[in-house]
Structures are given as C-alpha cells and as structure tokens.
Design a protein around this ligand. Structure first.
Ligand SMILES: [Ca+2]
Ligand SMILES: [Ca+2]
Length: 695
C-alpha cells in the first residue's frame, strides 16, 4: 500500500473532513487529477496526508571536495525532522512557472531573452505573490505560493529518501551552466559527477520538464530553478505540526528545490534555503498552488541569539582613564566556539572580523564562520563584550542567509544611535541597521555591485559615508543620506592600476581602509595579491590618494612591507589626530621565517616580526612610533587564526589575520585579528618598549 495513504488512514478522526476512500495508485491519481488552467499551467491535485518533514542524521562536514558522500549531510536547519499533517487537498503546478506563462501577466519580463518553456527567473518573492493575485482575479479562485510544508510534501511524493529518485540523483538530472568558478573549485579535476548533464543546446539551461516526474507527476522539484515558497524562513519546531505556515516574521522567504549551478546536496527534498523577498536572481523562480490557504497558525518569531539577548539600553557610565598613562591589554580570544562544531558555528574557519562599540558601551564583534570560504554553509557569527565585563561571550549566530555565502561582514557605529551591518549577499550586498544596540536589526536593504567591501566605512566632514570596494567596476560605495541608499563611483575606461599619466580609476589593492585627510583628499592603504602587482611598488604596501571623491587616484609606495592573503590592515584616524596603521612585517607565507623589521626601543633598536602599529602625525607623509603589538615578555605559544599558533614575546607578535579596529570613547583602540582582541592607547603607541627580556 502507498506509504502516504497509510499515514492518512492513521490520522485522528476529526482532523480532516474528507471521507476515507480507497486511494487510486499514484499514477492513476495523477492522471485523474490533472487540469490545465487558463494560462496553460498544468495543475496536479495533491491529496491530504502526513509526512516527516526535514532530515535528521549526522552534521555535514562540508568538505566540498568529497562529493559522493555529501548527499546524506543535512544542514542544521532541517532538524529536527518532525511529523507534518496537511488536512486539505491542493493543486500545484506540475512544473515551475514558465516564461510564456509569466509574460501573460508581465509581457516585458526578460524581453528578448529565454524560450517560452524556460522557467521564469529574476522574479522577486513579491513579483511571484503579485502574479498569484493577478491569476486569482483572472480565474476567480485562489492561487498562491506553496507553503514550505506543501512544497516538501509534494516533492517527496511519499518517498522518505534524500531525493524523490532515491538516495542519489540519476544521471542527467542536474546541470551547472553558470558560476563556473565555483564549479571548478568544487570539482578541481574538471570531471563532474554523473548526475550533471552536458547541455546540448543553447536555451536548454532553464527549460522545464526535461527530467522524469516524481511519483505524483511533479517535474523539476530537484534543480532547474529554485522556487519561492510562501513562508518566512525560521527554525523548525520538534512537535508535530498541522497545516503549518512557518514563522510569523523573519528576514528571508523560503526557497526550495535547489537550482542549476549548485552542489547536488542543495537539491535534496529536505534542503532549505531562503533569501530577501525583494531580490531577483537568475536561479530562482516559483510554481503556483491553486487552493485555499492551510488552516494552521503561524509560529512565533525565532528566539534571539545570545548576542541579541538582554542588551542594555542604558547609557554607559564611561570612565575616562588618564590618557597620558600607557595602557595595553591582550591578546584575548574573542572567537569562542566549542571544539568540533559543524554548524551553525564552525570550528573550521573563522575569519574576516569587524568590531564596533555600541551606544551602550558594549563591544560587538562579527565575523564569518565556515568550513570552506566559498561554501554555502558560511555564517556571520557575533560575540559581545558587555560594558563593564572583562570576557567576550561565546559566539552565536548574527546573520545567516540559509545556503548563502554571506561573506566579509562589516560593522560601524555612526556615533549617534545607529549601528550598521554590511555583508555580501547572493547577487548583491546587504546593509542593515540597529537603533537598539544590536538587540534587533532592520530588514536588509541591498546594494550593487556585489563584492567584498573594504575594511571599514568612514564619514567624511561633508557627511558622506564611504566604503571602498574590491570589485573592479567601482572604487567606492557612497551614501549621501546617512546609509539609507548607496551609489558607487563608476569606473570609465582603463581599469588598470596605472594610466599613462600615473593616475588610476581605482585605489591600489583590496580590502582598503580609507582616511579623509585634513586637505580633503581621500587616502587608502591596500593589499596587492600578486607578486607582479607587489613588484610595481617595490614589494611595499601601496598608498592611494584621490582629490575628487574617488573618481581618480594616484599611487605611491609606503615604507611598509607588502602583505598577502590571510592578512588585512587597519588604517584610521585617532580622535587625538594622528593616523594609525596596523599591519604585518611579513607575508603570511613567510611567517615561519620572517624577515621582520627594526623597531625603536629604549636606548636602541629591537628587531621583531608580526603585527605592528605605526603612527603618522603629518597626514600620512611620514610614519613614526612604530611598535610591535605585543605585551612583551618571554616567548610563549598563543592561539592564532583557526588552529594556528604563534610565539608571543618582546620580539614576536601575531603573524597573520584580518585586522579591524575601533577607538572607544575612553580613548582606547580596540583592535582585533581573526582570533584575538588587543586594547591599547595612544600613550602606549608613543612609549618605547624597554630592552627585550633576557637580552
Ligand atoms: Ca525546481
Ligand atoms: Ca540548506
């Protein structure tokens, strides 16, 4: 007997008004219950029933290069699997909505692109909902998006395996025509597993119905394009659910089924994804449901993570320590994650942090956590050092677009009430704000172009917010309305590092922090990745200057060594006036045998290596007061990024990491690497270290 039918018979009486009847076989049922509507959508009737929603089992290891073993890995958000009962029949599109069907509503959509039978894409969740409203009016009955539960029930079609085809996708079920850089990263041999098919003709990419139907007659439930569902995305509850509708609120609307150009494990029946409802992209479309809304109730909002719990809204009673007394503390780890964590906290790789003070005096740090930097598991985590406490709290989730690589988060406080969070999104960057010290955050707005932003935003004297950008189509992202909207400086013509006249359309290097100089020019210090680029500056860190708000730049070499991957600088203006630069004496690859630099000490010179600071009192022309960022002392081993360790001593400091810093109202600089927190003041930077211990 059909599994679905057994569960249906086991339903308690009264849950469904439908009379118990003999179920036809699936194939016959599909044929009997098929209708083609007024715009050519083939609708399949789905009977009420129960199923297990979600997927239990071991945590994924997210080792993207071990493909065959990936399928039984569940993301944490698919757990716990739980019993779901749908009490009403509904009709659902046999395929994703096609371009020709969507164009009966919006004739101009993707004009001159795609074939009639291609799945519609580049539609937002709101577009899909509006389409359903239009179709409902046209036909005088309710069309809507499927709930997430309806979607998984219809996809599984009575199966309990990873895919409705079994525990693997058959050959030819999947395709990878775009995002080829990512494909090459996951399959470096160039040999795709057998479920991926070679596309035979142009236009084949998004065509619906090219693979066999599931037992209930539905096509493209795995892959082709992913599909908006009605629900807000949020965590599952363990209890049995009847006619569930998801959470009452959230950041993302659910997306299901996976699409072309992504790993096969993301196409599983239980896999959950989601993204901002106003966004449009080439991978996401939808299929319609015809039928009344399920009668369930919305689950409450998900509980806040630790970093957003019990956040003080009181003004801090700031202590103002004597600025003339040197102060130094650290290193103290701020990335605190239980060992062997595999989602949503990952012990694997924690990197690219940002730090801000909050109006209430707390320090808030955010960074990304993952196994693979390019992986869909990548999450933004945060920890809080509450005002008056001396220890960072354990890490907790700060922002997690499900299956989205939310890269390179940034934090910034505008000095008044508003905190900003920036990160990369799916096909755009996101910006969120908080006016309650990070207890709650606004819905994200999106900006273009997508790409990693520089180390920290600044506010210029005329009120612009500026943040540099690593993509080659711009140099700066600019907001003239306090962060509500963002534009970018366009790059016209030659993108090369140096034009014939010595100028360039971009600042040199990536991740570049910016300072506004007293004469109004912008100055950045960047990181050049290739030896060829580094050679142009004599293997020194490049400085760039712009007098026209980021349209034209000139470059010159600084006295400081070039840095490399796993390293990022801090460059900022201190409240007291001087410019602060923090960087590393050697490339990451040379950290075991560093060349180091000479630093002044009382009565002489100290040769040391690793993380250092330098001050400029003449707007970046010269740099004085160079100092290794270390408490000094005899050599001991300290944890660095991920599982790395380094020697800390008078002459050895942390050798690598992405740096971020903010200066708090007590005058102290709060500097973080990818692992550790250091605190110091200007007096400490200006003081000379004493003679190295024991020498
Ligand atoms: Ca699909
Ligand atoms: Ca997922």
């Amino acid at each position: 007997m059909h599994h679905r039918y057994i569960l249906w018979l086991l339903l308690p009486l009264g849950l469904t008004a439908a009379p118990v009847k003999v179920a036809p076989t699936a194939a016959v049922a599909a044929e009997l219950a098929t209708e083609t509507n007024s715009i050519g959508v083939k609708l399949i009737r789905i009977e009420p029933g129960s199923f297990r929603m979600g997927q239990d089992g071991p945590a994924a290891d997210y080792n993207v290069k071990v493909h065959a073993a990936k399928f039984d890995d569940a993301d944490g958000d698919e757990k716990p699997a739980h019993l779901v009962t749908l009490t009403a029949a509904f009709q659902i599109g046999a395929t994703e909505l096609t371009l020709s069907q969507y164009r009966q509503y919006q004739p101009e959509h993707e004009a001159n692109q795609g074939a009639d039978q291609d799945a519609v894409t580049k539609v937002s969740w709101h577009d899909a909902v509006n389409f359903c409203t239009w179709l409902s009016k046209k036909e005088g009955r309710t069309y809507r998006l499927p709930t997430e539960a309806e979607w998984e029930y219809a996809c599984r079609a009575g199966t309990t395996t990873l895919f409705h085809t079994g525990n693997a996708l058959p050959a030819g079920f999947h395709k990878w025509p775009s995002d080829n850089g990512l494909r090459d990263r996951f399959f470096p041999s160039g040999k795709l597993p057998e479920e991926y098919r070679t596309l035979t003709a142009q236009g084949d990419t998004l065509r619906v119905g090219q693979t066999p139907a599931n037992p209930w007659g539905l096509l493209d439930m795995h892959g082709n394009v992913s599909e908006w569902c009605a629900d807000w995305y949020g965590p599952y509850e363990a209890d049995a659910q009847t006619d569930p509708l998801g959470r009452i609120s959230g950041d993302f609307r659910v997306i299901r089924g996976g699409s072309h150009s992504m790993q096969t494990r993301l196409l599983r029946s239980a896999n959950r994804s989601g993204w901002l409802p106003h966004t449009r992209n080439e991978k996401t479309g939808f299929r319609v449901v015809c039928g009344e809304w399920p009668k369930g109730t919305l689950l409450p909002s998900a509980p806040p993570a630790l970093n957003a719990q019990n956040v003080s809204q009181a003004a801090p009673k700031l202590q103002m320590p004597d600025p003339n007394v040197p102060f130094f503390a650290g290193p103290t780890p701020f990335v605190i994650i239980p060992p062997k964590s595999s989602g949503p906290l990952f012990s694997g790789h924690n990197h690219s942090p940002a730090i801000t003070q909050c109006p209430n005096g707390d320090l808030l740090a955010v960074w990304y956590s993952c196994v693979d930097e390019a992986g869909t598991e990548l999450t933004n985590l945060a920890s809080r050092l509450r005002f008056g406490r001396d220890a960072w709290e354990p890490a907790s989730v700060f922002w997690e677009g499900p299956d989205i690589n939310d890269h390179a988060p940034k934090l910034w406080w505008d000095g008044d009430r508003t905190l900003f969070h920036f990160a990369r999104g799916l096909g755009e960057n996101i910006v969120r704000t908080s006016t309650d010290n990070g207890a709650t955050w606004s819905q994200a707005i999106t900006t273009q172009p997508v790409g990693e932003w520089g180390n920290a935003p600044i506010r210029t004297r005329d009120g612009r917010l500026l943040i540099s950008c690593d993509v080659t189509t711009t140099s700066l992202n600019v907001s003239r309305d306090g962060g509500r909207t963002w534009s970018f400086t366009p790059i016209i013509g030659d993108k090369s590092l140096r034009r014939r006249d010595g100028s360039s359309a971009r600042h040199a290097g990536i991740h570049a922090p910016i300072v506004e100089l007293n004469d109004g020019r912008l100055m950045t210090l960047g990181r050049l990745n290739t030896e060829e680029e580094q050679a142009k500056f004599g293997f020194k860190t490049p400085a760039s200057y712009s007098s026209d708000g980021g349209i034209t730049w000139t470059h010159e070499a600084t006295p400081f060594p070039a840095i490399s991957s796993v390293q990022r600088q801090v460059f900022m203006r201190l409240r007291e006036g001087p410019l602060l630069f923090c960087s590393f004496t050697d490339l990451s690859a040379n950290s075991k045998k560093p060349k180091g630099m000479d630093f002044p000490r009382e009565g002489g010179t100290l040769h040391g290596a690793g993380l250092f600071a330098a001050l400029s009192f003449d707007e970046g022309k010269t740099w004085s007061n160079r100092r290794l960022i270390t408490p000094g002392g005899s050599p001991r081993t300290v944890n660095g990024i991920d599982r790395g360790q380094f020697t800390l001593s008078d002459t050895s400091a942390e050798p690598q990491g992405y740096l971020a810093a903010t200066q708090t109202r007590d005058g102290r600089v709060q500097l973080i690497s990818s692992k550790n927190h250091y605190v110091f003041n200007l007096a400490w930077l200006k003081a000379l270290p004493t003679s190295p211990t024991g020498r």
